[in-house]
Design a protein. Structure first.
Length: 278
């Protein structure tokens, strides 16, 4: 893998992970177009996930730090007999909701990982997934404003959003787009919905990296590829940072339809290519 390929793949991972256009679908397409064998870039793919995680931590470092501190206070309260006191402490409730949302995502990922991976053998499922993503974004944009924040959020909301996030393992389905759709379906405030979407991406991305890590480590690392890998990680982190900031503004301004048109066009092209040329 060349430096140019590493930069392109890192850029796509960072932008498409957080913009609602499906990073998995774009990376799969780019690997096919570049002729990159998947088993040779497994470790690179895992480290790209690490790069995108860095961007989430940079944007939401205050929230992450508050969640870490609250975890310590929660352990103290449990051992001193005070209980969880979730409703009394919004940050604690946010942490619980993140954990609850992660449960169905993890179950779907573990049970159906092989099935979803098999769909990458053809570009047609990727194209269909992109088209579905477009419809989800249109629906999300047309939903009215709501004022429900963490205090009004319940376990059903978290389970639903986590389930939608799990389904986004399907190629071409955007994780950020589908979870945003799920959050707005639960009538969450748009500003809080975006934050929740990105915070639950942390365990999701981390879990994905952990699942891929054994095969990636087994595939080994060519010392000559260390440079491109580090460059790709840096590009993924920087582009991810830009994508998160952009996504926050887009959701607030209700301009998700721009991405709908993009994924529809790309999806139709990919399906057409798969039907007539692949």
């Amino acid at each position: 893998m060349s430096y140019f390929e590493a930069v392109i793949l890192g850029l796509i991972q960072g932008l498409a992970e957080f913009l609602p256009i499906s990073s998995s679908g774009h990376l799969a397409l780019m690997q096919q177009w570049f002729g990159i064998e998947e088993d040779k870039v497994l470790l690179f793919a895992v480290l790209l996930h690490v790069g995108t995680l860095v961007s989430v931590f940079i944007v939401y470092w205050k929230d992450v730090w508050e969640l870490i501190k609250e975890l310590g206070l929660t352990i103290r309260d449990i051992f001193t007999g005070r209980g969880l006191r979730i409703q009394e402490r919004p940050t604690r409730k946010l942490g619980v909701m993140i954990i609850v949302a992660t449960i169905p995502t993890g179950i779907i990922g573990i049970l159906f990982n092989d099935f979803f991976n098999s769909l990458y053998n053809s570009v047609i499922p990727i194209g269909i997934g992109l088209i579905i993503t477009g419809f989800l974004l249109i629906l999300a944009e047309r939903m009215g404003s709501a004022s429900r924040g963490i205090q009004q959020m319940n376990y059903r909301n978290a389970l639903f959003i986590g389930t939608v996030q799990g389904i986004a393992i399907c190629p071409g389905i955007s994780r950020s787009g589908s979870t945003l759709f799920g959050s707005l379906m639960c009538n969450l405030d748009r500003k809080f919905a975006v934050k929740f979407v990105f915070l639950i991406s942390i365990p999701s991305i981390l879990g994905s990296a952990v699942m891929e890590a054994p095969a990636a480590i087994q595939s080994g690392l060519d010392p000559g590829q260390l440079g491109p890998i580090l460059v790709g990680m840096a590009v993924a982190a920087i582009s991810g940072l830009i994508a998160i900031k952009t996504m926050i503004k887009i959701v607030s301004d209700k301009k998700l339809s721009y991405f709908s048109y993009y994924v529809w066009i790309l999806g139709l092209i990919v399906v057409g290519y798969g039907v007539f040329f692949a």
